[in-house]
Design a protein around this ligand. Structure first.
Ligand code: PMP
Length: 463
């Protein structure tokens, strides 16, 4: 191993050349032009004491030596003799080629070396050429990043990234900051740690920094343990469809610097915001290396591909990688190759066109849902206009708790909605909210469903 590492050091110069060549290739091949959205690079310092953020489990992780070997071997010349590698021989696999036909009938055939790559183990951080392509994407969307200090790890969806970040940072009983209401999937990550929630209420511009500032100042004054991490789902938040404004993001980022906490930016609806422009992300303003950003391909290409990626400061991503080395090993190689082929074929322009189509699709559904709500629910419920995504967040009037309405009366009447309490930091309190998704329903179903809901709310109010 030591020799291999030595070998890698001595061939560093040539590797550099290969990386640069790859990068140039991917840029020119893919015509990654993100036009006016491209922002100036943010300088990045890595002066934080990252050990402060890591929990005992994460600090105890050591490189899985044979996984490290996989990364090294990927960089060795093809004629290297690989006695050390415990992988199956690809020639014994039954696949000859994998053909992906897109809806425009264009075909991508995965064969030869790409097929071999798709069928074999990968380094834990993911497929090198895909990572380099995703770096290009991040540069164009969030401003040119310093990739000597920041990195990307490909995960099985954003969820794996979220969960692993939580498992890297949180100790039992820790205080954590989150927006309220909040994505229930992250509450499920925090739950086993019995965290104390510093739950920050939201309005139409997202999480309120004034409340957060006050809560943090109070905690400090009362000498309570300070949070090491904040979870935020900034664009078209699940469940309430609200987008955090740029001004508030800047204020919250300042608080993160002042009170020294990490920002877990979970942004799977980023490309599904209904505005013409894409929001300025926490990542793009991160000069101190305290943002871990989770992106996802679930809502924009396919949730079954199970692909997402985390962008963040190298010291923290290395800890995530060590966790990957002993858990997933890596996100599906086949999915990564399919994604890479698609990005290569479309370029970023093609991807943007695709996003525009999806946005239009969900915007139309949102409009239908709002129209149906205005027609049937006026006086019975209140709602906001979702700025993106696929959810309407509804407060039922005249009842304190919508739990039995949603989980019993609606289900008995063939209407499935999500009860609001599952998205609340304190899920034990009565909660008059519910979440309706407009993703899967036709125009007729939306109208029929909302009209049925109106009847059921009336019944519940009288019960
Ligand atoms: N974060 C949020 C806010 C979500 O709504 C979801 C999907 N429901 C996820 C993360 C997980 O997404 P993925 O499929 O990429 O794991």
């Amino acid at each position: 191993l030591r020799n291999l590492k030595e070998n890698q050091r001595t061939s560093k110069e040539s590797l550099k050349t290969i990386n640069i060549a790859n990068k140039e290739n991917s840029i020119s091949e893919m015509r990654l032009d993100y036009g006016p959205l491209s922002r100036r690079p943010a300088p990045l310092d890595l002066d934080l004491d990252y050990d402060y953020f890591l929990n005992t489990i994460s600090k105890g992780r050591r490189p899985a030596e044979l996984r490290e070997l996989t990364s090294l071997i990927a960089k060795l010349p093809p004629d290297a003799i690989k006695f050390g590698v415990g992988v199956p021989n690809g020639s014994t696999f039954p696949f000859k080629e994998i053909k992906v036909t897109l809806k425009d009938n264009s075909v991508a055939v995965i064969d030869g070396e790409r097929l071999a790559e798709a069928l074999q183990y990968l380094p834990s951080s993911g497929m090198a050429s895909l990572i380099s392509t995703l770096k290009d994407v991040q540069d164009r969307v969030h401003g040119t990043q310093d990739w000597t200090k920041r990195n990307i790890i490909i995960t099985a969806g954003a969820q794996e990234g979220l969960c692993k970040v939580v498992e890297m940072v949180v100790e039992p009983g820790d205080a954590v900051i989150l927006q309220n209401p909040v994505y229930t999937g992250v509450l499920d990550c925090f739950r086993p740690y019995q965290c104390e929630y510093i739950a920050v209420d939201m309005d139409q511009d997202g999480m309120r920094p004034d409340i957060l500032r006050e809560m943090l100042a109070d905690r400090k004054r009362e000498q309570k343990p300070m949070p090491k991490i904040m979870y935020v789902n900034p664009t078209a938040a699940n469940p309430c469809g609200v987008t955090l404004s740029e001004e508030r993001k800047r204020e919250i980022y300042q608080l993160a610097c002042e009170y020294n906490f990490l920002i877990l930016e979970d942004d799977p609806y980023y490309y599904l915001g209904f505005d013409e422009t894409y929001p300025v992300s926490f990542l793009s303003m991160d000069t101190e290396g305290r943002v871990l950003r989770c992106d996802s391909f679930s809502k924009i290409l396919s949730s079954g591909l199970r692909l997402g990626f985390v962008t963040g400061p190298m010291p923290l991503l290395r800890r995530l990688e060590l966790h990957m080395q002993v858990s997933t090993l890596h996100a599906s190689a086949l999915s990564q190759v399919v994604l890479y082929q698609l990005l290569k074929k479309w370029g970023f322009e093609g991807l943007r066109e695709h996003f525009a189509g999806i946005k239009k699709f969900y915007r139309q559904k949102r409009d239908l849902m709002i129209a149906a709500a205005q027609k049937h629910l006026t006086g019975l419920a209140e709602w906001n206009n979702p700025s993106g995504g696929m959810f309407l967040w509804l407060r039922v009037k005249g009842i304190d708790d919508a739990r039995s309405l949603v989980t019993k009366r609606c289900v008995d009447n063939n209407l499935v909605c999500a009860p609001g309490y599952v998205f609340m930091a304190d899920g034990n309190k009565p909660c008059p909210y519910m979440r309706l998704s407009f993703s899967l329903c036709s125009a007729e179903q939306i109208d029929m469903g909302i009209s049925r809901l109106a009847r059921l709310i009336r019944e519940e109010q009288l019960a």
